[in-house]
Design a binder for this molecule. Structure first.
Ligand code: SF4
Ligand code: F3S
Length: 103
């Protein structure tokens, strides 16, 4: 299995997740992060770190975001790994703000 970064990371990139990953499974794209399914060891520690609840185990990704499973697997190959936290994007919103805007 693997874990998957989904929609709420897009335009946010809080990057709290990367500091706890023991295997550098996160790759940084321009607007969001992607988890490399070949690297992820399913440890689950990143899930609780994301302030916008963007990370799911592959078998629990909500239906509307299932495409992100394939997107993480393909896009991670295009970008370098990231293991140190950095400032979020200026467009980052809180979970409440995202939900109030309808996702
Ligand atoms: Fe890294 Fe563990 Fe999250 Fe996989 S589940 S991306 S290994 S922190
Ligand atoms: Fe994205 Fe959440 Fe990590 S917003 S960068 S998945 S902490």
């Amino acid at each position: 299995m693997t874990y998957v970064v989904t929609a709420y990371c897009d335009t946010c990139k809080y990057t709290d997740c990367v500091e706890v990953c023991p295997v550098e499974a996160f790759h940084e794209g321009p607007t969001m992060l992607y988890i490399n399914p070949e690297t992820c060891i399913d440890c689950d520690v990143c899930v609780a770190q994301c302030p916008v609840e963007a990370i799911y185990p592959e078998d629990q990704v909500p239906d509307q975001w299932k495409d992100y499973v394939a997107t993480n697997a393909s896009e991670c190959k295009n970008y370098p790994t990231i293991s140190e936290k950095k400032d979020p994007l200026p467009t980052a919103r809180t979970l409440d703000e995202i939900k109030a805007a309808g996702g």
